[in-house]
Design a protein around this ligand. Structure first.
Ligand SMILES: O=P(O)(O)O[C@H]1[C@H](O)[C@@H](OP(=O)(O)O)[C@H](OP(=O)(O)O)[C@@H](OP(=O)(O)O)[C@H]1O
Ligand SMILES: Nc1ncnc2c1ncn2[C@@H]1O[C@H](COP(=O)(O)OP(=O)(O)O)[C@@H](O)[C@H]1O
Length: 613
């Protein structure tokens, strides 16, 4: 029927560099690329007089605002400034996790938006679809411009030739890759073929232009490490032209993402009104530009209240410091976003790979998955990287190729704790005050008198509480977070307990776009097929793993399996079915229960969206 007609997933189709007939070369994009061309070392310097003049003016404005105002809380402008001060997250081996209302991290949002930069965008060929309008009418909310599809702007792009020329120049000054690569032997598997990254219909403009020899899609640029050399061969991405195109595409996307960030920086962080109604939550749970962002913790000390943070800000930032920080912020090369998970676990390599703090369990899983039918559904694993004393898993950036990505993280399964946790709890229970405080903040009534007295709960108690008070136990998955195209992050989905509520969230997340919904639905069905064939799946207990839904305005969409930190092999004697209830010892995770719920919710969303159109 509708879904089967939607022929959206062609693993054999090769998608290439997407260029547009009406591409406009803008000064902004040129500047970005020129900046990149200056090389990593030069990035930290302002080399151009004109830039200096303009930046000084902007910096002056920011400083004046800061010094003149004495608000009881940080103003919107100060928020913007704070974003300007953001530095790339430092890697920490400790795992800390902010409460639901806080964002995790990302390496982007470096700059203030410039209202005039509007001229650097061309209006996207998307209009607010009628279903979104209908929802807005039904709920009685007027959609703010920031959430309207017809106000989306698409950044203009450099022509292919121009990028090629720039690339040539940049390669003359040298592009830093990951050089100190160590690679475990099992990483390289035969036939790492190019694969389809995006499902769903392309906008005709893009599809039309992919033709001919330009239809090759590349995942990443060539680097110098052993692993890269081998991967280059096995991937079949060996010709110079192909490498060059891959590099160009990556750089173009970075430039686009940066341009996008400029456009969204000044938007006020607030939840979408429809979602806010659904969640019964205030704007405070929307957090992309929150004072308490992961990045802000690097600037302010813990426990400082807003007032004193402002004072500290004034005291600490001399004019010189301010200028330096702004210039550092400007030159950060990437906009990778971490929606959920452990703060400080991720970095982005210069080559655009996602580096995740090493975990033997996860590395082993990814390695095995490269030889499994599930391989097209997980980020490509590129081996390990050792940097000083730290070790990372190198994997494909699943946001690569997306402009203004819209992301949803769904944690799969009917439980998020391993059976070991029960054993630990019985044999050596440890009280966690951080988890007690998270519970206290969310629902003080959920804590017993004893727990209040102890001011601590065991991890098992906390994780169980999370599972039973979210849709995890009932539906087999929960939404961990959503980031919309304006960078707005929503993480408080604890009240999304029923399929109907989840469907509402899906409609919001996709703005009721049928092409996106169908693409997701189709991908989930394909995933279901692959899971059936997967020996990895039948022999592993999959706990705490997520499905990462990613799409953008152009209609690119995909779903990926991520996070295998708590996925462990089961003994031969236990074969997990993944679709039955858990009892201690059977190791069942309920992954397929979650997949069925999600698929069904997407189906509902498609039906509703079709009716509304
Ligand atoms: O999401 P919230 O409610 O904050 O709780 C988190 C998640 O359950 C993490 O699981 P996951 O990794 O599946 O997201 C878990 O990490 P692990 O169980 O992986 O360690 C954290 O435990 P601690 O890392 O012990 O804090 C716990 O604090
Ligand atoms: N390969 C990837 N590409 C893009 N984003 C990723 C990738 N892996 C993880 N992320 C981002 O990081 C977040 C946390 O990832 P996850 O692996 O679940 O971390 P943790 O193990 O700390 O829970 C995800 O929600 C997603 O936003």
């Amino acid at each position: 029927m509708e879904d089967t007609e939607w022929n959206c997933y062609h693993p054999s189709t090769v998608i290439g560099l997407q260029t547009s007939n009406n591409v406009n070369t803008t000064d902004t994009i040129k500047e970005e690329l020129m900046d990149e061309d200056k090389g990593a070392n030069n990035r930290r310097e302002m080399t151009n007089d004109e830039d200096n003049g303009r930046n000084e003016q902007e910096d002056n404005d920011v400083l004046t605002d800061l010094l003149d105002e004495t608000p009881p809380h940080l103003s919107h402008r100060a928020h913007t400034l704070q974003k300007t001060f953001r530095r790339s997250p430092k890697l920490q081996s400790t795992k800390s996790f902010p409460p639901y209302s806080q964002p995790i991290g990302g390496l982007g949002y470096e700059r203030d938006s410039d209202p005039e930069s509007e001229s650097d965008y061309e209006t996207a060929d998307v209009t607010l679809n009628s279903s979104s309008k209908r929802i807005a009418q039904d709920t009685g909310f007027e959609q703010p411009d920031a959430f309207r599809l017809d106000t989306w702007k698409t950044p203009t792009r450099c022509s292919r030739e121009e990028l090629r020329a720039r690339l040539k120049r940049s390669s003359e000054v040298g592009i830093k890759g990951t050089e100190d690569v160590t690679c475990d032997g099992g990483t390289n598997v035969d036939g790492w073929e190019r694969r389809e990254r995006w499902i769903g219909k392309r906008r005709p403009k893009e599809t039309g232009e992919q033709g001919g020899g330009e239809g090759t899609h590349h995942r990443r640029e060539t680097k110098k490490g052993v692993c890269d050399q081998e991967e280059g061969d096995t991937n079949g991405i060996s010709s110079e032209v192909e490498e060059e195109e891959g590099l160009m595409r990556r750089r173009m996307m970075r430039a686009e993402r940066k341009t996008w960030q400029e456009g969204i920086k000044d938007e006020v962080s607030q939840p979408h009104p429809i979602l806010a109604k659904l969640l019964h939550s205030s704007g405070s749970s929307s957090s992309s530009f929150s004072l308490y962002s992961a990045e802000s913790e690097e600037v302010y000390s813990e426990g400082e209240d807003t007032d004193s943070r402002l004072k500290t800000l004034r005291k600490c930032f001399s004019w010189k410091t301010l200028k330096t920080i702004i210039s550092l912020g400007r030159s950060s090369p990437s906009s990778w976003v971490q929606l959920a998970g452990h703060q400080g676990n991720f970095q982005l390599s210069d080559g655009g790979e996602v580096l995740k703090l090493y975990s033997e369990t996860e590395a082993m899983c990814l390695d095995n998955l490269m030889r499994d039918p599930l391989r097209p559904f997980v980020p490509q694993y590129h081996g390990l990287l050792t940097q000083g004393e730290e070790r990372f898993i190198r994997m494909e950036d699943l946001l690569d190729g997306l402009t203004r990505p819209i992301i949803m993280d769904c944690k799969m399964g009917i439980r998020t704790y391993q059976e070991d946790e029960l054993v630990k709890c019985r044999t050596a229970p440890t009280l966690r005050s951080d988890m007690y405080h998270k519970m206290l903040q969310a629902d003080p009534g959920a804590l017993s008198a004893e727990e209040h007295e102890q001011r601590g709960v065991t991890k098992l108690r906390y994780l169980r509480w999370r599972d039973t008070t979210s849709s995890t136990s009932a539906l087999g998955f929960r939404i961990e977070g959503i980031m919309m195209e304006n960078g707005n992050v929503q993480r408080d989905f604890r009240k999304m307990l029923s399929l109907v509520q989840v469907t509402e969230v899906l409609l919001y997340f996709t703005r009721s776009r049928l092409d996106i919904l169908r693409a997701y639905h189709c991908r989930l069905q394909a995933l279901g097929d692959a899971l059936e064939r997967s020996s990895f799946f039948s022999s592993n207990e999959v706990i705490g793993s997520s499905l990462l839904f990613v799409h953008d305005y152009s209609g690119k969409a995909n779903v990926w399996m991520i996070d295998f930190g708590k996925t462990t092999p089961t003994p031969e004697s236990i074969r997990i079915r993944h679709n039955v209830q858990w009892t201690e010892g059977n190791r069942e995770d309920g992954y397929l229960i979650g997949l069925a719920s999600l698929t069904s919710s997407l189906h509902q969303a498609i039906t509703l969206a079709s009716q509304q159109q």
